[in-house]
Design a protein around this ligand. Structure first.
Ligand SMILES: [Zn+2]
Length: 130
């Protein structure tokens, strides 16, 4: 967050409750200050990255395989340049490191983001409730 927060004349620091993009739990407060048109900040906003608990879960998933974070395609739009991929998170899946379709991917970080349209083409969005 920028250190030089421009205050809103109507709403002051203009706070918003941040929620984790993965689990949806409260994860701190964002201060928007002045927003174009001196609008009030939304009551809730998506955190730019997962909460501590989800980060710990992700590290555990990495021990089980390669983690794929599926994100909305809209993240590629230029007007989304101020957002993080986490704010476009849809779901995650863990695949075996030996899975053929990831063999030419850079798996050195144990995880990657993948656009939802590509995930759909690969059949990664087919869920079965158990
Ligand atoms: Zn979380």
């Amino acid at each position: 967050m920028a250190n030089n927060l421009k205050l809103s004349k109507k709403h002051g620091v203009n706070p918003s409750l941040q929620v984790c993009t993965i689990c949806g739990h409260d994860d701190g407060i964002a201060m928007f200050g002045y927003i174009t048109g001196d609008k009030e900040a939304p009551r809730r906003t998506l955190s730019p990255e997962p909460c501590k608990k989800c980060k710990a879960d992700i590290e555990n998933y990495k021990k089980q395989g390669f983690v794929i974070f599926v994100i909305n395609d809209e993240f590629e739009n230029e007007e989304m340049a101020h957002t993080t991929p986490w704010q476009h998170f849809k779901y995650l899946t863990v695949v075996k490191r030996e899975a053929e379709f990831i063999q030419d991917w850079d798996t050195s970080k144990g995880a990657c983001f993948l656009q939802a349209s590509r995930a759909t083409k690969m059949g990664l969005d087919q869920f079965v409730e158990s």
